[in-house]
Design a protein around this ligand. Structure first.
Ligand SMILES: Nc1ncnc2c1ncn2[C@@H]1O[C@H](COP(=O)(O)OP(=O)(O)OP(=O)(O)O)[C@@H](O)[C@H]1O
Length: 264
């Protein structure tokens, strides 16, 4: 089954799908975790966000879909400021942004298929969702995605019967089932072994390219970031301190971002 490409209106906004302007976040007053982030993300390609623990990478990713409320600044998604949206308008915009989580966030007692279809729940009328009935085209798309992420033999298995790598494949298929125009991944490989991490990053980058989607991935593993991203953002203390191509990221940048050199 062909997987439809996202309708990409970014060209109307100078080629950027997402623009962050002076984005700040303080969980506690006068203690900024994000310090005025300015960032423009193109309509395609993988952008990796790296940086030490606690530097605000997850907060940044989560401010984009407002799982975390920014304290100030703007998040322009295809030109629309989503920091001001409420209620249905916010839910509608959120559906256009797919999210992959470190701990998968699956419903353990539901099947692979049901988990993937839940990515479409925002679109289905409440009574239909309650009856767990989905339009045929959603079911076909979910099958196509399950096959594409390599789980064709497992679609009726419960999520709690899967390995970590298989769960993350479900997480990827679920995020894509909602036909997003932007894909966010918050530490998608942190709970996985090295080989599975490579497979998952490969899948995310391939599917992003196939569906013409910009992908922003927050990742600890610098080598994986170099291998799969076209752009690397280095963060330190809530600010962007490196922004460039993987080939431009040299040892001195890493020493600055992570501090010291004994770990290198
Ligand atoms: N809900 C919250 N309430 C209060 N403080 C928080 C909350 N979430 C994160 N923080 C704090 O904000 C800072 C940045 O956290 P964040 O998770 O964004 O960093 P990170 O770079 O993603 O770290 P890691 O790589 O360890 O996941 C940390 O000091 C963290 O303790």
């Amino acid at each position: 089954m062909p997987i439809t490409e996202a309708s990409n209106g970014a060209a109307q906004h100078g080629g950027a799908a997402l623009v962050l302007q002076k984005l700040t976040k303080e969980y506690t007053r006068s203690n900024p975790v994000l310090r005025g982030i300015d960032l423009s993300v193109a309509a395609r390609g993988v952008t990796a966000v790296i940086g030490p623990s606690g530097t605000g990478k997850s907060t940044l990713i989560r401010c984009i879909n407002r799982l975390v409320e920014p304290t100030s600044g703007r998040v322009l998604f295809h030109g629309e400021d989503i920091t001001t949206l409420k209620g249905q308008a916010l839910r509608r915009t959120r559906r256009r942004i797919g999210m992959i989580f470190q701990e998968y966030n699956l419903v353990e007692r539901l099947s692979v298929m049901e988990n993937v279809l839940s990515g479409r729940l925002g679109y289905v009328p409440v009574w239909r969702a309650w009856l767990r009935k989905f339009p045929r085209e959603d079911v076909e798309r979910a099958f196509g995605l399950i096959e594409r992420v390599g789980l064709a033999d497992h679609y009726s298995k419960r999520a709690d019967a899967l390995s970590g790598g298989q769960r993350q494949r479900v997480g990827i298929a679920r995020a894509l089932a909602q036909r997003p125009e932007l894909l966010l991944a918050d530490e998608p490989t942190s709970s996985l072994d090295p080989r599975t991490s490579v497979e998952i990053m490969e899948l995310i980058s391939e599917l992003g390219a196939e569906m013409n989607l910009p992908v922003i991935v927050n990742i600890h593993n610098v080598e994986l970031a170099r291998r799969y991203a076209q752009r690397i953002i280095g963060m330190k203390d809530g600010a962007i301190v490196f922004d460039g191509k993987p080939g431009d990221l040299v040892e001195s940048h890493l020493k600055f971002i992570y501090g010291g050199e004994d770990w290198l």
